[in-house]
Ligand binder design. Structure first.
Ligand code: TUI
Length: 317
């Protein structure tokens, strides 16, 4: 089975590994690319030198395409853009904002440009800027999120644009990948499930929390800021929810949340860490090697799609 996503990105499986700040390093990204998906290094929260060295690291492990996720809320976006251009990464994926001023320079550089959207209106704007594809990310996702569910957002975006659409948010199994195709997506972006892999370099406590999570454990915090963030329940999440409930301030949030993503990913700080994850954490049941995970996901996708071959699909007229 081929899709425009595989053709445009030059990959085997139409599966993009989500760029997760402090989680998606060269080791994870290179393993995903080497195994046939698109591996993505996340630049969020990192400086330009770190990014350059991670891109070089990934290039040593694999000659397959590598992507960089550029978080547009970051203060050092221009530096991250510069490094991504100089290192000629194959793909850039923009999230959390409008990448308008960067699209042309990457296209001229021969880099494929993907924009993450949380609405069909924004998707149309991105298409008119000339991006190569859209990631439609539903509210089930981890980290910074929009408000529309994947089930509704994906078909709305598919209807709105003619470039390929990649479904994201809450996806961690082959059945869900198959369902995404039914909604008109031509690929998927999976983040959280890749935390529970051998190649993911986060603290073991982070992986453990993902493995233990059930569907209601990935809760939304920071609603008052206008930039809500989905994280796994812990003492920090409870404090943040209380701030939302009493309509506190950004300052209240900053006091307890600054540096909390690093605290989770690097130190495994169970109390003060921000363990960003999507609702799909509930489907991560074991730590897998990346190549086995991708094979399993794709086998389950094909099995799910094949089920329909045995159904009598004639419509009575
Ligand atoms: O970017 C993400 N997810 C993230 S970024 C991140 S790092 C972070 N650290 C601390 C606090 C907050 C974030 C963790 N997770 N996903 C991509 C995404 N983009 N989701 C939603 C959007 C989005 C939303 C609105 C994209 C564009 C947009 O509209 C922009 C506009 O101008 O209307």
């Amino acid at each position: 089975m081929t899709s425009r996503v595989c053709e445009v990105l030059n990959i085997k499986y139409p599966i993009i590994q989500g760029g997760m700040a402090w989680v998606s390093t060269a080791k994870l990204a290179a393993a995903v690319s080497e195994s046939g998906g698109l591996g993505v290094i996340a630049s969020g929260g990192r400086d330009a030198d770190w990014l350059r060295s991670e891109i070089k690291k990934a290039r040593k492990v694999t000659d397959k395409p590598i992507g960089v996720n550029i978080m547009l809320l970051s203060s050092n976006v221009d530096d991250v853009v510069k490094v991504s251009l100089e290192e000629k990464v194959d793909v850039v994926i923009f999230g959390a904002g409008n990448p308008a001023k960067y699209v042309d320079v990457f296209k001229e550089n021969g880099t494929k440009v993907i924009s993450v959207v949380a609405s069909e209106i924004f998707a149309k704007r991105m298409e008119s800027l000339g991006v190569d594809m859209i990631v439609a990310e539903g509210t089930e996702a981890g980290g910074h999120i929009g408000s529309v569910s994947t089930m509704v957002l994906v078909p709305a975006v598919v209807e709105a644009v003619s470039i390929p659409v990649v479904a994201a948010g809450g996806i961690a199994t082959g059945k869900q990948i198959a369902a995404s195709f039914m909604l008109g997506a031509e690929g998927v972006q999976i983040g959280t499930r890749f935390i529970a892999t051998e190649e993911c370099e986060v603290h073991p406590n982070y992986k453990e929390k993902v493995l233990k999570a059930s569907t209601r454990d990935a809760v939304v915090t920071g609603r008052i800021t206008g930039h809500p963030v989905r994280v796994l329940r812990n003492p920090l999440a409870r404090e943040l929810i209380k701030i939302d409930e009493r309509c506190g301030t950004q300052e209240d949030i900053d006091k307890i949340a600054t540096g909390s993503l690093k605290a989770a990913a690097v130190d495994g700080d169970l109390k003060r860490g921000s363990f960003m994850a999507g609702q799909s954490a509930a489907f991560a049941k074991k730590i897998s090697p990346v190549n086995e995970l991708l094979k399993e996901l794709w086998c389950e996708t094909i099995e799910s799609l094949k089920k329909f071959e045995s159904v009598d699909l004639e419509v009575e007229r």
